[in-house]
Design a protein around this ligand. Structure first.
Ligand SMILES: [Zn+2]
Length: 185
């Protein structure tokens, strides 16, 4: 069939042509998807914008489908819940780090440390609380100021120790020495 004849056919049988297209897409779904993925990977910003627009346009339907999926598929539900918990924990750690940084700045005792220095200290300390020795994770570790900010301690890495939340709360404004003495007595 020549290009001209093909065009005539398409115009004369729009329904039939749509059906042919649909079947072709179905047969080639995988390769079509792969092609789309290559395009999306090459245009991440444009992809993001398209996804945003798609979401805005179909928000109601997407939310309803998600609710139905969560209600009907327990495996999907527990996977989703786990990822939500991980997200919340990661953000909690980030939020706590920001709060500490802000307090240090407000106190104006000077000193600062980077995220890399903090992670290096975590590994160097074997991810253990400096006071009770309990094993910590990225979710449970907190920064303790060996000399509290309220008592003139700085935010430099030299004044930072790993602590579990209970130890950090119990230590509060005590210095490291005072706290160790209190724990031992
Ligand atoms: Zn502890």
């Amino acid at each position: 069939m020549s290009a001209e004849a093909s065009k005539r056919y398409r115009l004369a049988h729009p329904e039939r042509w749509r059906e042919i297209r649909r079947r072709w897409r179905e047969r080639n779904r995988e390769s079509e998807r792969a092609k789309a993925k290559v395009w999306f990977d090459a245009h991440p910003e444009r992809h993001k914008e398209l996804r945003r627009r798609h979401y805005r346009k179909h928000a109601e339907e997407i939310r309803r489908k998600e609710r139905d999926h969560l209600a009907s598929d327990p495996v999907y539900r527990s996977r989703k819940q786990a990822s939500t918990r991980r997200w919340a924990a990661a953000n909690l750690a980030r939020r706590r780090a920001l709060e500490t940084k802000r307090e240090a700045k407000r106190r104006g005792n000077g000193g600062s440390h980077t995220a890399i220095e903090w992670v290096t200290l975590c590994w160097a300390s074997g991810w253990c609380c400096s006071y009770c020795g309990i094993r910590l994770t990225t979710d449970t570790v907190t920064r303790d100021h060996r000399t509290a900010l309220s008592r003139g301690g700085t935010d430099s890495i030299e004044n930072i120790a790993l602590a579990c939340r209970p130890c950090n709360n119990r230590k509060y404004t005590k210095t490291e020495t005072e706290f160790r003495a209190a724990v031992q007595s």
